[in-house]
Every structure is written in structure tokens, then in C-alpha cells.
Design a protein around this ligand. Structure first.
Ligand code: SAH
Length: 471
């Protein structure tokens, strides 16, 4: 299909799309796609040097190392320990020597602050930027934006220079720039635009550290600042277990990450989807706090981390402990998963057709008095009730107590569904009634759904009408 540009040009995706429409399987796409390696061009970062040779070396599992100035949140690369004749992937914004076994990837790390007098030419702006980059030993390919003061937002030479290079222009209000501490403030600039610095202050206001102080030409000033990479934490719900209930977005995040944190049972479930070189930090049951902490710490170190959990990662799961620890120094992405309650409801019929309450019967994190109060309230409101964590060996009386409360104002023939291992091996769906349910038949691998006063069983399926007027 496509002869060129399988990754960035989108041919692999196109092939997958066409295959989906035709109901066919794509047989051969580009070599790196087939083996699960991120193509060196998929990051969207400029790559220079021996792209073909290094891609080939990765495919052939020849010694290849990554050298990076700082940790970037990029997908796993299947690198090996070094060795004689090794290939290298160098990630840097610096101009570095490269040979025929080296690829240099240019991260989006630099912002150029620009100030100018009215009427400056595009050539003067670009010339000064080029000089500043060369003398600092930095690559223009890592420049992500020009930054300036609002008053210069429409300055022709700046706008044209940015357009020529495809850089966006970031503008800051003069008051914002005046508040930035810079090495070379100027009274003349203050008098002209209301801030003692434009180039240095605008660069710093859009990045983290100044790497090149102000340089001047006749009508322009330029300074360069560097952005520190931000780590990325993805909270990924894997659904109840079946592969076809794992969302495409969840798969994309797993393949976007270089570190996976989660219970070994869940990590194992998706092991075949992980890119070679992905670091897996799996742990045993319990240790939730430690898992959340590990994931956040890894992201803080700059990695792309996926914290995985069954169902939805935010429902009685790791999402909230992780986000309680995560500051605004990392990027967070959440991928919803099909939670056990919804998976179980679908297997039971349509029990959630009207208002419902979700209650966990685990008193591990919640005192029984609180749980009981919520069950009473759900009973009072005639909600359909979905019980998670209904019963375990050590917690064997709570489900009975909860059902007793609901039974006070619900008939004995109220439909109840017990769903064990929804969309997993050993799946069992039982639709029974409040009067007949034996709590002893329920365990931690079950969800229990108790109908409201209007829930019915129709042809063995649990159905809650949408309302008395809208059946
Ligand atoms: N984050 C998970 C819930 C974790 S709490 C989710 O969104 O699904 C654990 C409880 O979820 C179990 O005790 C059980 O009640 C329920 N559960 C999880 N997976 C299940 C499945 N496949 N079938 C039935 N119940 C399940």
C-alpha cells in the first residue's frame, strides 16, 4: 500500500483502517511496526543521522544504547547493553558528533525569546537566532517556539521568522515578563515596552532555565531557555479481563509507556501488548499505597508510566491514591475502563435502566457504620444497588446484613444478579431473587446487583424499567 512513511505518514494506521473496513487482517506493515518497536520517527521528533542503520540494528537485536541528557517520557526502546560496534540513539538538543551508527533525536526542549525594534526584518531575526544557537552549541531542530512580549505579537519580522521555521509564537503580557528575574535587565527596554527584559524574560517565562543570555543585533535581541521534560502518568483501566473489552485507547497508552506499574495478575494479562524494553514493576496483592507511590515517583523522574488496574483504574482502585500523590509537576492521562459493575450488569440484562447506587462492602478502608448508613439510604431511595467487594473469607457477614436492610422494604421476589468473573474464564451469571439468594454462594470475584421495587425478570434477564411512564 504505502511505499514510504509507514509511521509518521500514517500508512500503518491506514492499513489497519482499511483492513477493519474490509473485515481483513493487515498482513505486512512496516518492519518495526510488526515487531512492536516504536519507529524512530513515531515520536514526532526530528531525527538526524543513521536512521535506517539504527532501526535495522534494533530489529536485528544488535547492541544499541540510548544516551540522553535528561529522561524524556518516551515509549520503551528495545535497547541492549553496549558492546563492540554498538549503535546509538542520542537524545539531545546539543550539537554532538555523530557517526554512521548514530541517530540523534531532537527533543522539543528549547524556547527562543525574541525582542525587536519596530520594522525588524525576518532575516535579521533568523540570523540572530542562528548565531545564538551555534555559539551555544544547540540544534535549531529542538526549538519548539519563539516567545515575546504581547506588544510584539504582530511584529512582522518575528511573525515571518516563526512562520518560516514552523515555530509557534508565545506571547506574554509585559507585567508577567517584568516579574521574571533575568541576568540582563535594561532601563531602555523598560521605558519602551514596560518590562526591563523581553528576550530573556519571555524565554524564561515559557521554559525553565536560561541557557543563552541576551544577544543583540541592530534591531533584535534573542535569548534561549530550556524546558525540563515533564513525566507522564497514565491511569489505565484494563476492563474486566476479556481482550475485546480492553479499549484501543488503553492499548495505545500501554504502548506509549516505558514503565508499567500494577498487580502482577493485571500486568500479565497485557504482557503481550507491551513494547520490548518496557520496564515492569509488578507487585503482589495489597501494597496499594506503595504501588501508587512507585508510579508517581517514576513519572516524577521523567518516565512515561502506566499504572494499570482491572475494570476502571479509578473505581475502588489505584486512581485516587495515585492522584493524591501526584503534583502538577507531571502530566496525567486517565483512560476509563469498563468497570465490573457495568460488565456484570450487561451480563445480567438491563438492571441499571434507572437510578442506581454503587456500594463497596469492604470495611478495609471504611467503617461498617458508614457502609450501613449508605445501604440504608439506598434502601430508602429505592435505588438498584450494585455491591462491589461483596464477601470474602474474612468478611462473611456484611453481605447478609446489607441484604437484610434492603429486604425490609423490598419484596422477596425482587430480582438479584450474582455475576462471578464477568468476561473472564469461569464466568457465572445467576439471576435469582432477594428471598432465594444464599450469601455463602458469593465471593470476592462477584458483583451482586439487587433490583429496585420496579425491577423485573423477563425471560431470565434482569430489567429495570426506565420509569413508570417510559417502560
Ligand atoms: N477497579 C475495579 C474494581 C476493584 S474492587 C473495577 O473497576 O472493576 C474489586 C471488586 O470488583 C471485586 O471484589 C468484585 O466485586 C469486583 N470485580 C472486579 N472484576 C470483576 C469481574 N470480572 N467480575 C465480577 N466482579 C468483579
Amino acid at each position: 500500500m504505502a511505499l514510504l512513511g509507514g509511521h509518521a505518514a500514517g500508512a500503518n494506521e491506514l492499513a489497519a483502517l482499511v483492513a477493519a473496513v474490509l473485515g481483513a487482517e493487515p498482513v505486512v506493515t512496516t518492519a518495526s511496526d510488526m515487531t512492536g518497536l516504536p519507529g524512530l520517527d513515531t515520536l514526532g521528533w526530528p531525527a538526524e543521522g543513521a536512521i535506517a542503520a539504527v532501526s535495522r540494528a534494533l530489529l536485528d537485536k544488535k547492541p544499541t544504547i540510548v544516551e540522553t541528557d535528561v529522561t524524556w517520557p518516551i515509549p520503551a526502546l528495545p535497547v541492549t547493553a553496549g558492546g563492540a560496534g554498538k549503535h546509538r540513539i542520542v537524545i539531545t538538543d546539543r550539537i554532538v558528533p555523530a557517526d554512521e551508527r548514530t541517530v540523534v533525536l531532537r527533543p522539543p526542549s528549547l524556547v527562543v525569546g525574541v525582542g525587536a525594534s519596530r520594522g525588524v526584518s525576518e532575516e535579521e531575526v533568523l540570523g540572530l537566532i542562528a548565531q545564538a544557537l551555534v555559539s551555544a552549541g544547540l540544534s535549531a531542530a529542538s526549538v519548539t517556539a519563539l516567545a515575546t512580549v504581547e506588544a510584539k505579537a504582530a511584529e512582522g519580522g518575528i511573525v515571518a521568522a516563526a512562520k518560516r521555521r514552523g515555530w509557534p509564537v508565545i506571547t506574554h503580557h509585559a507585567d508577567r515578563l517584568a516579574a521574571v528575574r533575568v541576568p540582563n535587565p535594561s532601563d531602555a527596554v523598560l521605558a519602551a515596552v514596560g518590562t526591563p527584559s523581553v528576550a530573556e524574560a519571555a524565554a524564561l517565562a515559557s521554559a525553565d532555565e536560561l541557557v543563552t543570555e541576551k544577544r543583540k543585533s541592530a534591531m533584535a535581541t534573542v535569548a534561549i531557555a530550556r524546558r525540563r521534560p515533564r513525566g507522564r502518568l497514565a491511569l489505565v483501566g484494563l476492563g474486566p479481563g476479556a481482550r475485546d473489552l480492553l479499549t484501543p485507547l488503553a492499548v495505545a497508552e500501554l504502548r506509549r509507556s516505558s514503565v508499567i506499574v500494577g498487580l502482577s495478575a493485571y500486568v500479565d494479562q497485557v504482557a503481550d501488548l507491551l513494547r520490548p524494553g518496557t520496564r515492569v514493576l509488578a507487585s503482589a496483592l495489597g501494597q496499594e499505597e506503595a504501588r501508587a507511590r512507585t508510579a508517581v515517583e517514576q513519572a516524577r523522574h521523567g518516565h512515561a508510566v502506566a499504572l494499570v488496574g482491572s475494570g476502571d483504574a479509578g473505581v475502588y482502585a489505584m486512581g485516587s491514591p495515585a492522584l493524591s500523590l501526584a503534583g502538577d509537576d507531571i502530566d496525567v492521562v486517565t483512560v476509563p475502563g469498563i468497570t465490573a459493575g457495568l460488565a456484570s450488569a450487561a451480563l445480567a440484562g438491563a438492571p441499571l435502566g434507572h437510578d442506581h447506587a454503587v456500594i463497596s462492602l469492604s470495611d478495609l478502608h471504611t467503617p461498617w457504620e458508614v457502609i450501613e448508613r449508605r445501604v440504608l439510604a439506598a434502601a430508602d431511595g429505592d435505588f438498584v444497588v450494585v455491591f462491589y467487594n461483596p464477601r470474602s473469607r474474612g468478611r462473611d457477614w456484611q453481605l447478609g446484613a446489607a441484604l437484610e436492610i434492603l429486604g425490609r422494604n423490598r419484596a422477596g421476589d425482587t430480582p438479584v444478579a450474582v455475576v462471578r468473573d464477568a468476561y473472564r474464564a469461569g464466568e457465572q451469571v445467576t439471576v435469582t431473587t432477594l428471598g432465594k439468594l444464599d450469601p455463602a454462594a458469593v465471593d470476592m470475584r462477584c458483583v451482586v446487583i439487587v433490583g429496585s421495587a420496579s425491577t423485573r425478570t423477563v425471560a431470565g434477564r434482569m430489567v429495570t424499567p426506565r420509569g413508570s411512564r417510559w417502560l
